[in-house]
Structures are given as structure tokens and as C-alpha cells.
Design a protein around this ligand. Structure first.
Ligand SMILES: Cc1ncc(COP(=O)(O)O)c(C=O)c1O
Length: 461
């Protein structure tokens, strides 16, 4: 790659189209158009190859909690690479993994004292299922292998994680998946069944009790775990109704089912706490995490596990028969520690808690638009559901949704300078999950871009 910057950009486009395979992307959409190319980040913004600035309203992909361009965090990784670039956590330990495990244990609720590192969220989700299955074999309940999760919830793409994911379209091509995935209702109050549609608390009790009914239907002796996000991402940010998680905890305890809080998105400040479960006052048996633990300055995932679950693995000749080469990579651990230092130095959790009301209020201004049906979320994590008819809550059909989201909104929002996500994994939504450093000026910028683009979208319907 030589020559003028313009020539380099042309080369990058050609090479990208020739050699690079983008994830969950229709490449046909780029046959005539350029692939968006982000070359640099600074604070809450990223920049394309022409120097155009975009507000990163999605933190990349729910990742960049502290924002972009933090040289101190990047340099912590570089220093670690020079000192010890790699050594496995298979039979050995290294200082940064120990320090990070100790620090995460100090943040975690209850007796979640043990950290098993992975390299991604999918691996964390997959590892928790394997841990649960082997745990039950070690403790005399070998028939427990099934996993409950909620409709349209996303828990990752590897075969095990995909079996837990509740999105039929992304599962179908890969069937048969590992057996044992069972679906239960999510907490989408905007689309609640009529008999609980006017009562949030009753809706929460119903949704939680459906979990008990599913356990009884499947046979409690066959159920290993349930996976729940504190706020479900897929479908457009479903917060839990009051009391929901307390009821789920009771049900899990009653039937001996492990409660997994999948916090791949919701941990590390997204909801104003290091772990999202703290916000809603429950203690799970396992927390899965990834993304924000390093704010993306290096890849990392993992799970926090209670002492009770570790106990059988400490006995005799037993060990957890599972591992991945790059888990707990020294560079990622050093970066995670530096990332958490930024959280503390800048008091980011307090910043989110102090500003989340303003974020909500700014987004709620959009409710005067005819296309905006619902604005929902918590912390710095919001979904805006779009509807065809506000009064009846009628949604768009598949064709309209395709034209609206893929044909217009995704490009139009990006062209207008906002990175966010227009998604129809459930009903059509726009999702926002900005860096935790954002404040009113950024909320206003998001609102103004969304107002302008959503107004145009409505005119095109
Ligand atoms: C809740 C949840 N679980 C698991 C995953 C999978 O994580 P990864 O993409 O790092 O494998 C994601 C990814 O977005 C997620 O949101």
C-alpha cells in the first residue's frame, strides 16, 4: 500500500471487497457501494478515511465503554507485550491474570469469587454451559443438561451458544444444534399479553412464572441452567419488571437450576454498575462477560463463578475439561486492568448514574414523532421501537421492515454522522449504547440526527 492517501483508500476498498469477509453482512449490498471504512477513534467519535466524524452511539458493538484513543490503556498493552506477550493459563498462571481475577472478584456480588477467562462472549456462554453440565455430573445429577433462555435473546454464535440463542433465523442454517435449548418469554412489556398489558408488576410475575412452568414441563431433573441478560439486548432493550429477577432466583433455587447472568453487554458500566445484576438486586450463580471488560483495546471474555460451583472441581482428581489457548491473554489482562483504572479515576459509574436520566429524557423527546412507538432501556442502553401505527402499535410487515431498515435507516443514520444499530431481530428498533463518557451534548446530537432521519423515514413509508 503506497502512494497518495486517495490511492490508498481506493486500494483498501478493492482489497476489502476482494479479500475480507464481513460478519453478519450482506456483501451484495456493497457490490456498487463503498464499504464504510473507519480509520481512527477519539473520545466519543470515530472518523472515516475522508476525515468525516461520526458519533459512536453503539460503542462500536457495545464495547468501547471508555471511548476511543486512550493511549494510556493502549500503552499498558504494549508494555505487557514487551514483558510477557503470551503464556497459557493451562496449568500455569501469570501476574496480570491473577491481578485481574482478584479485582473482578472484589467487584462481583455474593460469593462469585472465581474467574474463568475466555477470548469472547460466545466462548463465555459456551463455557458456562459446559461448566454446568460437568458440575452436575460431579455432584450426582448427570441428567441435567438443558438450558432455558428467552425468546429472541442473543447469546452468541458458536454451536453451543447458538443453541441458547433465541433467534430462529440465525439458527436455521446450522441445525441440528446441540440438544437442550428451551425458550421462555422475554420481558418486552410494550408487547405484553393482553391479560397483563396494564400492569408491569403482574407482567413480571407472569414472565417469571412461565420459567417455572417450563422447568416443570421439561422435568426439573433435566434442567441445568437459565441464561438471562439483565437488560435483554435483542428485540430492543427489555429491562426487567420490578421483582422479576427475585422471582427467577427463587424458582432457580427451588428446582436446583443454575442462574447465569449473561452480561456480555450489561457489565462494566453499561447500566451504571460494574455488573448489571447489582442494579436489579440479584446474585446469579454465574456471570458471563466480554466486550467492555477491555473497552475493546484487546479482546477478552470470561465467566465469574460462585465458590459453590468451583467446589467439586477442587476435589481429588477432578478438573474442568475445557480451555482455549488465548484465554486470559497477558496483553488483554493488562489492558483490562488499565481500563478498570480509567473507570475508577474518572468515576464512570457515578457519571452514568448521574446522566442516565438526562439520556432517557433526551431520547423520550422523540416520542412526538409518529414512527416512534416506544423508548426503553436503562443506564446508557436504549432501544427505540418503530411502529406503523402508534395507537394500535401495529408493526411493519417484512417487506416494509426490509425497505425501512436495510433500504434506508442504516445508511441514512450513518451518512448523518451517527453509528447506531437499526435492527429487526424482533420488531424494528434502533439501538443506542454510547461510550460511558457521553453527556448532554452527545445526547442532543443523537436526538437531532435521529429526529431528522426518522422524520425522513416516515415520509418514505
Ligand atoms: C448477551 C450476549 N451474549 C453473548 C454474545 C456473544 O459475544 P461475542 O460476539 O463476543 O462472541 C453477545 C454478543 O453481542 C451478547 O450480546
Amino acid at each position: 500500500m503506497t502512494g497518495t492517501p486517495e490511492r490508498d483508500h481506493a486500494w483498501l476498498q478493492e482489497a476489502a471487497k476482494r479479500n475480507l469477509w464481513l460478519h453478519f453482512t450482506r456483501h451484495s449490498g456493497y457490490a456498487e457501494a463503498d464499504i464504510p471504512l473507519i480509520v481512527r477513534g477519539e473520545g466519543q467519535y470515530v472518523f472515516d478515511q475522508h476525515g468525516k466524524r461520526y458519533l459512536d452511539g453503539l460503542s462500536g458493538l457495545f464495547v468501547s465503554q471508555i471511548g476511543h484513543g486512550r493511549t494510556d490503556v493502549a500503552e499498558a498493552g504494549a508494555r505487557q507485550g514487551a514483558e510477557l506477550a503470551y503464556f497459557p493459563l493451562w496449568s500455569y498462571a501469570h501476574p496480570r491474570a491473577i491481578e485481574l481475577a482478584e479485582r473482578l472478584a472484589a467487584y462481583a456480588p455474593g460469593d462469585l469469587n472465581r474467574v474463568f477467562f475466555t477470548t469472547s462472549g460466545s466462548e463465555a456462554v459456551e463455557s458456562a454451559w459446559k461448566l454446568a453440565k460437568q458440575f452436575f455430573r460431579l455432584t450426582g445429577e448427570p441428567s441435567r443438561y438443558k438450558v432455558l433462555s428467552r425468546y429472541i435473546a442473543y447469546h452468541g454464535t458458536t454451536h453451543g451458544a447458538l443453541a441458547i440463542t433465541g433467534l430462529p433465523d440465525i439458527k436455521m442454517p446450522f441445525e441440528p444444534l446441540p440438544a437442550g435449548g428451551v425458550r421462555v418469554p422475554n420481558t418486552n412489556f410494550y408487547r405484553a399479553p393482553a391479560f397483563v398489558a396494564d400492569d408491569l408488576a403482574a407482567f413480571g410475575v407472569w414472565a417469571a412464572d412461565e420459567i417455572e412452568r417450563a422447568i416443570l414441563r421439561e422435568g426439573p431433573e433435566s434442567v441445568a441452567a437459565i441464561y438471562l441478560e439483565p437488560v435483554q439486548n435483542s428485540g430492543g432493550c427489555f429491562p426487567p419488571p420490578p421483582g422479576y429477577f427475585q422471582r427467577v432466583r427463587e424458582i432457580c433455587d427451588k428446582y436446583g437450576v443454575l442462574m447465569v447472568s449473561d452480561e456480555v453487554i450489561c457489565a462494566f458500566g453499561r447500566l451504571g454498575y460494574i455488573f448489571g445484576c447489582e442494579r436489579y438486586g440479584y446474585t446469579p450463580d454465574i456471570i458471563t462477560f466480554a466486550k467492555g471488560v477491555t473497552s475493546g483495546y484487546a479482546p477478552m471474555g470470561g465467566m465469574m463463578v460462585s465458590d459453590r460451583l468451583m467446589e467439586p472441581y477442587l476435589r481429588d482428581e477432578h478438573s474442568f475439561l475445557h480451555g482455549v489457548t488465548f484465554a486470559g491473554h497477558p496483553v488483554s489482562c493488562a489492558v483490562a486492568l488499565a481500563n478498570l483504572d480509567v473507570f475508577e479515576k474518572e468515576d464512570l459509574l457515578a457519571h452514568v448514574r448521574a446522566n442516565e436520566g438526562a439520556f432517557r429524557a433526551t431520547l423520550e423527546k422523540l416520542s412526538d414523532l409518529p414512527i416512534v412507538g416506544d423508548v426503553r432501556g436503562d443506564g446508557y442502553f436504549y432501544g427505540i421501537e418503530m411502529v406503523k401505527d402508534k395507537a394500535t402499535r401495529e408493526t411493519f410487515d417484512d417487506d416494509e421492515s426490509e425497505r425501512l431498515l436495510r433500504g434506508f435507516l442504516s445508511h441514512a443514520l450513518f451518512d448523518a454522522g451517527l453509528v447506531c444499530r437499526a435492527d429487526d431481530r424482533g420488531d424494528p428498533v434502533i439501538q443506542l449504547s454510547p461510550p460511558l463518557t457521553c453527556s448532554q451534548e452527545h445526547f442532543d446530537e443523537m436526538e437531532q440526527i435521529l429526529r431528522s432521519v426518522l422524520t425522513q423515514a416516515w415520509q418514505r413509508i
